[in-house]
Design a protein around this ligand. Structure first.
Ligand code: NAD
Length: 297
């Protein structure tokens, strides 16, 4: 088993580092938060005092940080100098495509292998080791990263060159935001038309209205499988994080000259929801702005 440096032990990284330790790796874990370090220790990792110390001697260095600025800073200030020449750098944070490409180029210039490997699946999948990874990088870099990703994954997809993992993640969440809002507005309309939400679900979930937002994460309490709607829209995927991803998608669309009218509207609606004090609410809670789902509060 290998030595792994893990930097960023928050909601997602904590569970991911724990699964690497469970797989038998020697995980040197670092976070700015003492509480996160304590949890990592309890999960079988060895807490270290700096990102540099996590990177030293590691065969793989994994980052799970809030945004691109954090990744770029940690790479520049610690990882690039401390990583052994044979190490593979794996960034699983959700960040903008341009930063992902820039850090990969900087790594390559130093002779290091690097991949962007953002995830889908949320905190439950991070804890369970059932994340889906979408990976961008060279064949060689992905082959080096794969055994480490497998310890945290249900599926690992190599989707293209550096930045391609982030591009897939952005496009995925663009669809997710739009289908969630469409599902919410349809349930609100169904209610105003006097329909039982269960009756609409029974038909929609097996008809052309079907999507993950409806059948796996239904925004109406008591309808469909258990979801954040059944917990007052707490836990799950915070509106603030969805908004972050939509902003990244909008920036990428502007750079690429792509027209994204649904994504643009979804971003406006999530911005208004977050501005109303709902940033920490699960993103399916946006159904409340359509006058439905209120019973869950
Ligand atoms: P989080 O805020 O819980 O964790 C981030 C951690 O990074 C914190 O513990 C923080 O202390 C640490 N950190 C920040 N700067 C640091 C530094 N310089 N050195 C070391 N540690 C540092 O966030 P999260 O929910 O774990 O999300 C992490 C990434 O995963 C984000 O990019 C997010 O968009 C993405 N993501 C989150 C989810 C989700 O459901 N939460 C799902 C998919 C992807």
């Amino acid at each position: 088993m290998a030595r792994v440096g893990f930097i960023g032990l928050g909601n997602m990284g904590g569970g991911m580092a724990a699964n690497l330790a469970k797989a038998g790796h020697d995980v040197r874990a670092f976070d700015l938060s003492a509480e996160a370090l304590d949890k990592a220790k309890a999960a079988g990792c060895l807490p270290v005092a700096s990102a540099r110390e996590a990177a030293e001697g590691a065969e793989a260095i994994i980052t799970m940080l809030p945004a691109g600025t954090h990744v770029e800073q940690v790479y520049r200030d610690s990882v690039f100098d401390a990583a052994p020449p044979s190490a593979v750098l794996i960034d699983s944070s959700t960040i903008d495509v341009a930063t992902a490409r820039r850090v990969a180029e900087a790594a390559t210039a130093r002779g290091l292998l690097a991949v962007d490997a953002p995830v889908s699946g949320g905190i439950a999948a991070a804890n369970a080791g059932t994340l889906t990874f979408m990976v961008g990088g060279s064949n060689e870099a992905v082959a080096e990263a794969k055994p480490f990703l497998d310890a945290m994954a249900k599926s690992v997809f190599h989707v293209g060159a550096s930045g391609a993992g982030q591009a897939v993640k952005m496009c995925n969440n663009l669809v997710l935001a739009s289908t969630m809002i469409a599902t919410c507005e349809a349930f609100a309309l169904a209610e105003k038309l006097g329909l039982d939400p269960q009756a609409f679900y029974d038909v929609g979930s097996v008809s052309t209205a079907q999507s993950w937002s409806m059948t796996s994460y239904c925004p109406v309490p008591g309808v469909g499988p258990e979801s954040p709607a059944d917990r007052g829209y707490q836990g799950g995927f915070a509106t603030a994080l969805m908004l972050k991803d939509l902003r990244l998608a909008m920036a990428a669309a502007a750079d690429a000259g792509a027209d994204v009218p649904m994504g643009t509207r979804a971003k406006e609606l999530y911005e208004a929801f977050a501005d109303a004090g709902e940033g920490a609410t699960d993103f399916s809670g946006i159904i409340k702005t359509f006058g439905a789902g209120a019973t869950a509060d």
